[in-house]
Design a protein around this ligand. Structure first.
Ligand code: HEC
Length: 133
């Protein structure tokens, strides 16, 4: 092999691994739930589900279930049931109606991975930043 051929092969290798990396990245993004995107979405859930003692004062005082640490499959199922109306709750029905299947998977991945509030700040900030690149 002369120098040009080696250079050519090296370039080709770089192109191929670049394409592979892009493919892997997109597979990771559209496969199962992405906890980083879930973290971003969960900001609109935190008003009710992020309150200590799991109670909210709006519109009246009622208790709100804890989501952190629940099974991802259970969270997705609950959200789908609220959306379809199989599980009836005016508040969650309205919220679930705005969520896509991907949103539900992302939120479930996020909550399933975060039992303790202290874990989520560091872990998910990183994940969110990566997701936006
Ligand atoms: C306005 C307050 C409020 C907001 C905002 C809210 N929720 Fe809820 N959520 C509730 C209440 C109240 C319940 C209990 C409803 C019931 O009895 O079925 C609930 C129940 C749930 C459940 C079922 C939990 C269980 O243990 O069965 C899931 C899952 C859930 N919410 C996810 C979410 C997600 C994800 C978001 C953000 C996209 C969100 N909620 C935003 C008030 C809220």
């Amino acid at each position: 092999m002369n120098k040009r051929t080696i250079l050519h092969h090296t370039r080709r290798l770089v192109q191929v691994s670049g394409a592979l990396a892009a493919l892997l990245a997109s597979a990771a993004a559209w496969g199962d739930g992405d906890a980083g995107r879930g973290w971003a979405r969960a900001q609109m859930c935190a008003g009710c589900h992020g309150i200590a003692d799991y109670r909210t004062a709006f519109p009246k005082v009622y208790s709100v279930p804890k989501l952190g640490g629940q099974e991802a499959a259970y969270i997705v199922k609950s959200l789908q049931d609220y959306k379809s109306g199989a599980r009836k709750n005016a508040t969650m029905g309205g919220i679930a109606a705005t969520l896509s299947d991907q949103d539900m998977a992302d939120l479930a991945a996020y909550y399933a991975a975060n039992e303790h509030p202290a874990n989520k700040v560091v872990a998910n900030k990183d994940a969110t930043t990566k997701g936006q690149q």
